[in-house]
Design a protein around this ligand. Structure first.
Ligand code: ATP
Ligand code: ZN
Ligand code: MG
Length: 301
């Protein structure tokens, strides 16, 4: 493995991305997208057979994200879409001020949209609107371009990145079984890609001091696991997938019931597509032709 040296990672990033002038945001090259496409197709082969597929836009309903609890738990990561409201003369005054060198962003006002922070949030209100969850539960395969206002921008921590998720809504037993199954399936997937990896309990990056307590309890209850693969260093591997059990959080929030009248539980398995693809390059190098055959076949490259 040659991912250990800093220079190596820098040169890989140089070949795969072009700067667009803001940290953590990149133009992605065709070489990178080839592997993203291969990875997406490989993941599709693991899709639960009864999963309903959705592609969500990069913006989400602000009201839904607030109600989901995201604003309370992760206000530091959330981005809101703001626009110039007001009459034509008001807007013109702001724009003319801007061409005269005056800051115009103070005139922005929030809209009904936020930038989607994760792929699965729109699933839960959609399921709630359908009524009782049938016996056996429901499964979804969803994708979304996500935004997070990250405080650091080391390689692999983007502000804008693609997320793919398999989501399960059902009874506690069904949902726990889904997540356990996926913790094992994921190992098969990464072995196929010949990636060094480990699985570890984890917590979400909750805000503030109260958030630290929530993180501790999340780890204690083993509600989140991550699949870690080295990108920048072998000692500090990056989370390329997460396996999340929300218990009844979304079921209660949205009033989702199972057929026995209980609160529906939910779980999601998330693939960080850009980070995962980067980990593949960091492990195997930039020259696709030199990758071992099994890896090339798995990714169709
Ligand atoms: P991290 O551990 O890196 O802070 P997280 O625990 O907040 O990430 P999740 O909310 O579980 O991440 O998101 C699911 C997956 O999306 C992560 O496992 C990761 O692969 C990817 N992801 C999350 N944040 C980023 C980011 N800023 N840039 C690239 N990928 C990300
Ligand atoms: Zn999710
Ligand atoms: Mg994490």
């Amino acid at each position: 493995m040659n991912y250990v040296t800093h220079n190596h990672v820098e040169s890989i990033a140089h070949a795969l991305f072009r700067p667009v002038g803001v940290g953590g945001v990149y133009a992605r090259t065709g070489l990178f997208e080839q592997v993203i496409d291969g990875l997406a197709a490989l993941i599709s082969r693991y899709r639960p057979h009864d999963a309903e597929i959705f592609s969500f836009p990069p913006v989400a309903s602000r009201a839904q994200i607030e109600k989901s609890g995201y604003l309370k738990s992760f206000p530091h990561l959330l981005g809101c879409v703001s626009c110039l409201h007001g009459t034509e003369p008001e807007i013109r005054a702001v724009v003319e001020g801007a061409s005269a060198g005056k800051a115009w962003t103070g005139a922005l006002g929030a809209t009904d949209l936020v930038l989607a922070p994760a792929a699965c949030y729109p699933v839960y209100p959609m399921v709630a609107a359908r009524g009782t969850v049938p016996v056996g539960g429901l499964r979804f395969d969803v994708t979304c371009d996500c935004f997070r206002h990250e405080s650091t921008h080391e390689l692999g921590r983007f502000q804008s990145f693609r997320m793919r998720e398999f989501v399960c809504v059902g009874s506690p037993d069904e949902v726990v079984a889904f997540r356990e199954y996926w913790k094992i399936q994921a190992l098969e997937l990464v072995r196929r890609l010949a990636l060094p990896h480990q699985t570890a309990t984890a917590s979400d990056p909750f805000f503030g001091r109260a958030g630290k307590l929530m993180a501790v309890s999340q780890v204690e209850q083993e509600l989140k696991f991550e699949l870690l693969i080295p990108i920048n260093s072998a000692d500090n591997p990056a989370a390329c997938m997460s396996f999340n059990y929300h218990q009844g959080h979304f079921g209660e929030t949205w009033g989702i019931e199972t057929s026995d009248g209980g609160v529906a539980h939910t779980a999601c398995v998330a693939f960080g597509m850009d980070r995962f693809a980067l980990a593949i390059f960091a492990t195997h190098g930039l020259d696709l032709k030199k990758w071992e055959r099994g890896v090339r076949e798995a990714l169709s490259v």
